[in-house]
Design a protein around this ligand. Structure first.
Ligand SMILES: Nc1ncnc2c1ncn2[C@@H]1O[C@H](COP(=O)(O)OP(=O)(O)OP(=O)(O)O)[C@@H](O)[C@H]1O
Ligand SMILES: [Mg+2]
Length: 219
């Protein structure tokens, strides 16, 4: 019986595989395909919705979002016996643009994580304008790594920027929690975090994100 969710990494850095290999009980199927991205073409025949997580700026949270969103959607769909959603984690560099372009060939939509920091604005704009919009795909910008303790100014400024660009922004922002930063070393995804208040909030963000995107619900 195939898992409802498949996560694919095409990042040659392979941090996703490093993380995934440490997770003892993976809630989704996982594969690393940067050496043979043409293997992605089998996705066309699966009938699954393919979501690409992309931003050519490094360190914005692509891997964190891919694995944790994949985990909550897998949790919501745990009783399903068919593959429904594929999440593709992509490289955070301009030099691997060919890999990102290959993934976009099979995508139904794109999620663009960005931190609420002005330094990330221009590189994010480049990815959207030069790569995602020319592919003609629907996309959503997701503010990630917002620390509520810093107040709302950075979040508001980032949302104003996103709106001024005419991009569609997700209402949910993924907050910054140490549990996320530690999770890769501990080999966990958000559905496997301990039961405490920060973990609960960290998990809540990803469930709300899945609901806003309509992944796994509404059937
Ligand atoms: N919401 C968050 N809360 C706390 N830490 C976060 C959050 N999002 C990302 N991080 C941390 O920021 C760092 C970069 O995140 P991540 O590896 O997911 O980014 P990336 O875009 O995949 O990077 P790359 O471009 O190198 O592949 C990691 O240490 C990760 O744990
Ligand atoms: Mg990554």
């Amino acid at each position: 019986m195939p898992a409802a969710v498949h996560v694919v990494s095409i990042d040659p850095q392979a941090s996703t595989v490093w993380w995934a290999n440490r997770i003892s009980d993976l809630p989704f199927d996982f594969s690393q395909e940067h050496e043979s991205p043409e293997n992605l073409s089998i996705l066309k025949d699966t009938g699954a919705q393919v979501h690409v997580i992309a931003n050519q700026k490094g360190g914005v949270g692509k891997t964190t979002v891919t694995l944790n969103l994949g985990a909550v959607v897998a949790d919501v769909l745990k009783d399903s016996d068919a593959l429904q959603h594929v999440f593709i984690d992509t490289p955070g560099s301009l030099q691997d643009e060919n890999l990102l372009l290959e993934a976009l060939k099979y995508a139904h939509d794109v999620i663009v994580p960005m931190p609420p920091e002005p330094l990330a604005f221009d590189p994010t704009a480049r990815t959207i304008q030069k790569v995602i919009e020319p592919a003609g795909l629907p996309y959503h910008v997701l503010v990630n790594n917002w620390d509520p303790r810093d107040g709302k100014a950075d979040l508001d400024e980032t949302r104003e920027y996103i709106e001024a660009q005419g991009w569609r922004s997700l209402k949910v922002a993924i907050r910054r929690y140490k549990v996320h930063t530690r999770a890769s070393a501990e080999g966990r995804v958000v559905t496997q975090y301990d039961e405490n208040k920060p973990s609960f909030k960290a998990r809540e963000d990803f469930y709300r994100l899945a609901i806003e995107l309509g992944y796994g619900g509404g059937k």
